[in-house]
Design a protein around this ligand. Sequence first.
Ligand code: SF4
Ligand code: FES
Length: 570
Amino acid sequence: MPPNFAELKSAAQQRQQELSSKPWIRVGTALCGKAAGADAVIAALKSELQKRHMQATISEVGCLGPCFAEPLVDVSAPNTPRVVYHNVTPEMACHIVQSHLVHHKPAADLALGVVDAGGVMPGLAKLADHPMMKGQVRIALRNAGHVDPMDIYQYIANDGYAALHKALTSMTAEQVREQVTKSGLRGRGGAAFPTGTKWNFLAVSKQPVKYVLVNCEEGDPGAFNDKGILESDPHSLLEGLILSGYATGAIKGYVFIRHGHEGPIDRTWKAIDQAYELGLLGKNILGSNFGFDAEVALTGDSYVAGEETALMEAIEGKRSMPRYRPPFPAQVGLFGKPSNINNVKTLSYVPQIILKGGDWFASIGQDKSKGTAILCLSGDLKYTGLMEVPLGVTMRHVIENMAGGSRSGKRIKVLQTGGPLGGVLSGDGMDIALDFEVMAKAGAILGSGGIIAADESTCVVDLTRNLVAFCQYESCGKCFPCRTGMSHLLEVLERICRFEGTAQDLELMRSVGQSMQAGSLCGHGQLGFNPVSSALKFFGSEFDQHLRDKVCPTGRCNEPWNPPVKTRRY
Ligand code: SF4
Ligand code: FES
């Protein structure tokens, strides 16, 4: 019997009602929840419930967003508001059970906020009013921290797979592509290429075997939103992937995840297995003529494996080095077959676009930057974590209002956006809008959405050395302008930090940078001078002080240097 979507949905809703009718505790166990001690908190909750002979469901959920407040424990019970508690220790967990579940009195002093709009109690603020949550528009993150990523029924109960059902029963592949084009969705991996156009490139190929690939290499320091989605709501990505297969005529999808990230890997595999069990993957999906397969593929320990042709080499079992182009992946891709590569965030928007229409998505954002930006905030900020904001808001609003400004109280001096190759921005230039074109014009990229903030105790020359050390370590070595250029830049920066630089060093770095830009095979080398050029643009005087006056204005370079990574020498 082909699965009946209405029956699946009604079973999912019934299970959801059963869950809500009893005490239900959600604990964040995405990477930062675990790092902050979520496993010990779960053990304490279980033993406290057992001691009191109480029945409650404990669900492991993903990232709600306020990672600075982990471990987060979200407690709901009939007749009490749903409350999220922050920085919970095993001792606090016992107190929460006693107060919230035994005495039906939420522990207001431990609460971050109340989730349900209607459930506000005196002394308890709404979670939605927390500075970090206020103003968020959550599309791809709508379920993050709310549903159990290992339970497909919770996803289905929250409109999950409704878009796939809609597409398979009432839309042609062309109509799906039209809606995606109309939405103005652009790739969120860094290049911001229009997704509808990319899908059309693949759809026109009449070859019987085509692939769609998902890029979750996400090796940029400070970027964790792709992994965050897979750990929190892998079915959103999976539904988007299946829809992209339907829209382009592809027969199989690969979700390419950086090895070692067990949370995203395990949860994505589980989601795929569950989707097969319910007939949402495989032959004749939901009783239609459409069939599609999916699996997880792992990268090696390589940043450059995130480059789309290197990614295909890795899936084929080869060393992950970029290929020469043309031919482009839409003509000759994985295993020589036409292929599309999309970022996790990009595909995770697609189910909502198909359900609500391209015009709805296009109404969010500004100009040519439609929809939302999914940001990962880290560094010297008061509130760090994941957030989703409409494109067009200013960086100042995000940093000063939503992230609460600097944690130390010192001035934010520098922002590093879009990964090491995105370069740095001065903290004085925060009035820039989050918009692909505006940011590119200012010499920065939104890239994958990582924003690292550093206060005025940071030496920019030292920071640049760290960024270049990362890029040098990660160069795949295939072409010499990048391979030797990165090493050369690092050597010069190291001697500037030791106050041994010469007056010619800046010119030397510029000429190396030009050669890298002109002669490198892939973006890693072509953009590899960005950290240095952007630092010189905004903080040239700091380089001068190191070179001419032999002083570091922050004192950082007076201390012995421990390399951030073991750099590779060629
Ligand atoms: S530019 Fe760098 S990372 Fe890219 S192929 Fe060349 S050596 Fe490898
Ligand atoms: S991982 Fe817990 S809120 Fe982000």
